[in-house]
Design a protein around this ligand. Sequence first.
Ligand SMILES: N[C@@H](CCSC[C@H]1O[C@@H](n2cnc3c(=O)[nH]cnc32)[C@H](O)[C@@H]1O)C(=O)O
Ligand SMILES: [Zn+2]
Length: 434
Amino acid sequence: MSELLVAGGQVLRPDLTVERADVLVDRDSGEVVAVDDPGALDGDETLDASDGLVVPGLVNAHTHVAMTLLRGYADDKELDAWLQEDIWPVEAELTGDDIEVGAELGLVEMIKSGTTALSDMYFHVDRIADAVERAGVRAVLGHTAVTVGKDDEAARADLQQSLDVAKELDGAADGRITTTFQPHSLTTVGEEYLRQFVPKARDADLSIHFHANETENEVDPIVDEHGVRPLEYADDLGLLTEDTYVAHGVHVDETEIELLAERGTGVAHCPASNMKLASGMAPVQRMRDAGVTVGIGTDGAASNNDLDAFDEVRDAAMIGKLAAADASAVPAEAVVEMVTRGSADLLGFDSGRVEAGANADLAVIDLDAPHLTPAHDLVSHLAYAVRGSDVRHTVCDGEVLMRDREVLTLDEAAVRERAEAHAQDLIDRAESGE
Ligand SMILES: N[C@@H](CCSC[C@H]1O[C@@H](n2cnc3c(=O)[nH]cnc32)[C@H](O)[C@@H]1O)C(=O)O
Ligand SMILES: [Zn+2]
């Protein structure tokens, strides 16, 4: 057995207390073996956590990782116009090579900022899976199907591909990759297709992930056409179960919040994207009060514009208070819990807690910094003051992915150079075709 000892620091425990302790990790099983008093444990290799805080690796519950190539390409527009006028025309030019390079860039950024697991929605998913395998993180992947603007044959083929990809890639990268069936949203996939394909996904025991109630423009057409709220419509389609989580959940009323709680359907809250696209403020405190599992996601880098989950934690606390008009709403402990246990629950990984038996997915934060001084309350710091760049080491599945701020699994400089070239070329192709 090969064991890694994360030694000399403080540790954030599952009950959100902080204690001085060492963490022993079994690299073969990829699990935490023990958390014990400083000096009580021995390993074959040591990771220095002195002046540091060991936390569970952050879990990004909703992203489009390859969209890093579109970072800063189109900003300052609302969702519909942004997707239709800017993003979709460029995405139509994306090749598998582009997507793999964009995913590598996003994964380097995530590893550097302490994220060890993500839930992704995109296409050319085999290439994203290759990048995830090399990067060493954990991921829930899927092929996202859209039927609007497609003929019947193409629409069905896209949904079939979402089913096929979910079946094929489940368990890849030694089990670090799992999958979901992914209709893009309730307005971009037609009802007849959802009626046909959701039961197929259920029969195949697949989890489901889709965008829901992100903007008012997405809610109104469903209310007009079906006479019910979008999540009531989703429930009628069999979409809401414990194996489903939706992205956004911004415009949800009391009935819909109750429905999410009753069905055990979780929400991946994406505060930065919701602010940037002016989509609205999700009622996170009300959802949590009702017992809905809420995780945190960055959404893609074109609507954020970074993949630093610490930024997202801070944004979630801030906008949660604004939405509730209550400074005590969505407190520090809530957002820390959401980005660890909450998101991990949605993704179905036993991560998000530093405890014997859990996945050894960890980040070590360097506390030796002016913006983290004084140390009255480290949970407060995690919510409000820590930045992704404070992460010193990142570990996933028992393997060290970054040591002393150097990413070991991917060559950061080469990844950035490739991404720059692919992004330029992509935009040139998209704009010359106009
Ligand atoms: N465009 C592809 C499949 C969609 S992949 C997932 C899509 O979600 C898009 N996306 C990114 N952020 C958001 C968001 O906030 N809401 C809805 N869609 C988004 C993203 O640009 C990407 O096109 C097709 O036509 O078949
Ligand atoms: Zn999204």
